[in-house]
Design a protein around this ligand. Structure first.
Ligand code: BGP
Length: 482
């Protein structure tokens, strides 16, 4: 393989990989865990690809020692994983489930045994069903105190060992899919007003958690992880340049500005007020958001793809075009907001089988934008390629396309670092293969192949892919050999 020299990654750079509880653990009714919104949602016919669930997932609940040993063999410097709220508080609040605490304590200790820095996501979408039943979960401001209570428990129990905390994973995605496109729980369609309200509650939960962490004496790194899809204007036609500005305000800065500045972007807020969709805020909320913004120490970025912006006529496409969840190339439809912007395909970029554009430069743009706009350090908390992998008879997986994808993205990240962006960590998605929320088990992301299909019953054995050995060498050489 051709060896390329990358720009210099700083000493102590955290080469990592990421996962989420629902997508890997399984053991959905074990260890005293409560039922979550996802446990409920996947049982509704038609909601997931071939009705896949995370009931067993890739059985990390029972195989975490094997998985973390593989991470150690690879040389991983950090492992980002999420904690399932319902393992800690089966009812969302009330009595702590000690078995759940012990499970995550074991994971953390296992990481530390191998000098792998644990990076904890407090919330990666699995919400105790009890809180949905009690007050509709994120729809009620009551969730703010329950979330902070849960987070404080994590700080108390794990704060001496965990130095990297991610409050929320992709708030923009779980709320969009939950309240606009009905693809995630609670499966609401086109409820714009509630969408912005739910987001406001999530911002407040994030902000109060950050403040609680500092009040409790937490000195580690804390921030949120945002699904950042940077944009390019279709061309220099002013109306398309404005479409890009509107897209950025509504789809990116709406979240990142609140995390980093504690305020909503003004043009987007004005537009949403006119539409009647702007969130109601309680007295004092803005001050809390501003205070918390001063306490975060990084912007977490999950980067998969970039997009193109073009003016969208008033009778143009809606946000509700079909998403490709089958891996049949070309089945995704164009989306946009009528009268504002739409996202046509980029003719200069290749796409994955799930129609996601492949654009290493986009990662570079993300870093530049965050550095210029917010002056914050960056954690790339997810980046990776979902693909159909094939295991040979010799149990080998030749995923050179994944190596190529990651190599180009790491090169782009190196360029951003060379230009002065402060990047603390790079986590690939994912370490082992795992459940893709809407795309089943056939969309694989891992360095480690897991023998299972949509149906239960595979051996769940682990096999190292070619990319495993490749990333091992990237880490060993601190990104010098790609
Ligand atoms: C992010 C999520 C992850 C993961 C990833 C890949 O949005 O944070 O949980 O699923 O995307 O997405 P997908 O599984 O849809 O391919």
């Amino acid at each position: 393989m051709e060896q390329m020299k990358a720009a210099g990654f700083p000493e102590g750079f955290l080469w990592g990989s990421a996962s989420a509880a629902y997508q890997i653990e399984g053991g959905w009714q074990e260890g005293g865990k409560g039922v979550t919104n996802w446990d409920t949602f996947v049982r509704i016919p038609g909601k997931t690809f071939k009705a896949t669930t995370g009931d067993v997932a890739v059985d990390h609940y029972h195989r975490y020692k094997e998985d973390i040993a593989l991470m150690a063999e690879m040389g991983l410097k950090t492992y980002r994983f999420s904690i399932s709220w319902a393992r800690i508080y089966p009812e969302g609040k009330g009595k702590v489930n000690e078995e759940g605490v012990a499970f995550y304590q074991n994971i953390i200790d296992e990481c530390l045994k191998y000098r792998i820095e644990p990076m904890v996501t407090i919330y990666h979408w699995d919400l105790p069903q009890a809180l949905v039943d009690a007050y509709q979960g994120w729809e009620s401001p009551q969730i703010i105190d329950d979330f902070v209570n849960y987070a404080k428990t994590l700080f108390t129990r794990f704060g001496d060992k965990v130095k990297y905390w991610i409050t929320l994973n992709e708030q923009n995605i779980f709320t969009s899919l939950g309240w606009l496109t009905a693809q995630h729980p609670p499966g609401k369609f086109d409820d714009q007003k509630m969408f912005y309200q739910v987001n406001h509650h999530a911002f407040m939960a994030h902000a109060k958690t950050v403040l609680a962490y500092r009040e409790m004496g937490g000195k580690g790194e804390i921030g949120a992880s945002f699904a950042y899809t940077p944009s390019y204007a279709l061309d220099c036609k002013p109306i398309n340049a404005m479409a890009k500005a509107n897209y950025d305000d509504l789809k990116n800065y709406w979240w990142m500005d609140v995390y980093a500045y504690g305020r909503y972007p003004i043009a987007a807020l004005t537009y949403l007020r006119k539409k009647g969709f702007a969130p109601d805020m309680a007295e004092g909320d803005e001050e809390i958001l501003r205070k918390a913004a001063k306490e975060i120490t990084f912007m977490g970025v999950n980067y998969y793809q970039s997009c193109v912006c073009e003016y969208n006529p008033i009778d143009g496409v809606t946000p509700y075009g079909t998403m490709n969840t089958s891996g049949v190339k070309g089945s995704a439809q164009e989306v946009g907001i009528q009268g504002i912007y739409k996202n046509p395909a980029n003719p200069y970029l290749l796409t994955t089988d799930w129609d996601w554009s492949i654009d290493p430069s986009g990662l570079w743009f993300c870093c530049r934008e965050i550095t210029s706009r917010y002056g914050l350090p960056i954690i790339i908390s997810e980046n990776g390629l979902g693909a159909f992998d094939k295991k040979t008879e010799k149990n080998e997986i030749h995923d050179e396309y994944r190596i190529c994808y990651l190599k180009e993205h790491i090169k782009a990240l190196g360029e951003a670092i060379e230009e002065g962006c402060q990047v603390l960590a790079y986590c690939t998605w994912s370490f082992t293969d795992l459940l893709s929320w809407l795309n089943g088990y056939q969309k694989r992301y891992g360095f480690v192949y897991v023998d299972r299909e949509e149906e239960e019953g595979g051996t769940l054995n682990r096999y190292k892919k070619d990319s495993f050995y490749w990333y091992q060498n990237v880490i060993r050489t601190n990104g010098v050999e790609l």
